[in-house]
Design a protein around this ligand. Structure first.
Ligand SMILES: [Zn+2]
Length: 308
């Protein structure tokens, strides 16, 4: 991506915090990165719509992967893990289709998620999937292999009715009520409104409404946000660092305090790893310092053997 475009876009906090990235801005970024790609994508979409299915020998979405990587600060859209950067790290990112392009399988799949069940239906499967969205730029995001290949696969749980062919993303969102959060673009969700953290553990935000609570819980279950050691360790390291920086922000030396306050801002900004967890811990440290201390002690114990 052209270096002169990125800084101003990164200012927009585009992992669907405010303001969300508009479709035309995303189109412009893609055109700048890969001139003519949008036209080629449109031609492919027309073929799939004509055939009423997704079928092609080789895909072209990886050509625009760096645009998404940069917009997401090289983090996975679902789990906030930091992945490789554009120069040598592209292979760590999958271009993920939020709505599956070729088919939809029923989720939860009992043999893969035996402990997960809900008192509501999570939608039927679909033999054709969302073939008309295979090249929709608002149906793409970058994700890690743990989230995409191991978990997302061809699943797309919904709360209401599975949408029909050629419906737009806006129409689909309103008729389907997707159960997974998708924190990207103008149609995306603000994850901070759905999910918060206590220590390293993700939990449904206490102020979320009923349907939103379902979405938050399914997203936590679906991506195993509380069962993956790489995520727990990442969050633990972030909390340990922020705890120590908060202490430094009370140092008698004003230069040290200023430096610590700047670091806290960076650690809780979208560009940093596990930023949602960092923000939740900072809020806890202000509201309930004793609880924050207890969490820190647990985390320090958890991390120490790994440092040997
Ligand atoms: Zn991930």
């Amino acid at each position: 991506m052209a270096q002169e475009v990125l800084p101003q876009l990164l200012e927009q906090r585009v992992i669907r915090y405010q303001p969300p990235l508009k479709r035309e801005d995303l189109e412009a970024l893609i055109e700048k990165h890969k001139p003519g790609w949008g036209k080629r994508a449109d031609e492919r979409r027309a073929e799939f719509v004509e055939a009423q299915k997704f079928a092609e020998n080789s895909s072209i979405w990886s050509e625009v992967k760096p645009v998404y990587m940069a917009l997401q600060y090289n983090k996975c859209i679902y789990c906030e893990r930091v992945l490789g950067a554009e120069l040598t790290g592209k292979s760590e990112h999958d271009v993920e289709h939020f709505r599956p392009k070729g088919r939809v399988l029923k989720w939860p799949y009992p043999s893969r998620k035996p402990r997960v069940s809900y008192d509501y239906d999570t939608g039927p499967g679909s033999a054709t999937g969302y073939y008309w969205l295979a090249y929709d730029i608002e149906n793409f995001a970058c994700s890690c292999k743990g989230c995409n290949s191991d978990r997302k696969r061809d699943y797309f749980p919904i709360l209401r009715t599975r949408g029909g062919a050629t419906m737009t993303i806006t129409e689909l969102n309103s008729s389907e009520s997707p159960l997974l959060l998708f924190p990207f673009g103008a149609n995306g969700d603000d994850p901070d409104a759905f999910i918060t953290f206590t220590g390293v553990l993700a939990q449904v935000h206490p102020t979320a409404r009923k349907d939103d609570r379902n979405r938050a819980q399914v997203t936590i279950d679906f991506f195993s946000l509380n069962d993956r050691e790489e995520l727990l360790a990442d969050r633990a390291r972030v909390i340990r660092e922020i705890f120590k920086t908060i202490r430094l922000s009370q140092d008698p030396d004003p230069a040290m305090r200023a430096s610590a306050e700047r670091d806290i801002k960076i650690m809780t900004s979208d560009a940093s790893p596990q930023a949602a967890c960092a923000r939740a811990y900072l809020a806890l440290a202000k509201a309930e310092p004793q609880k924050a201390w207890e969490i820190y002690v647990d985390i320090d114990r958890y991390l120490t053997p790994r440092a040997r």
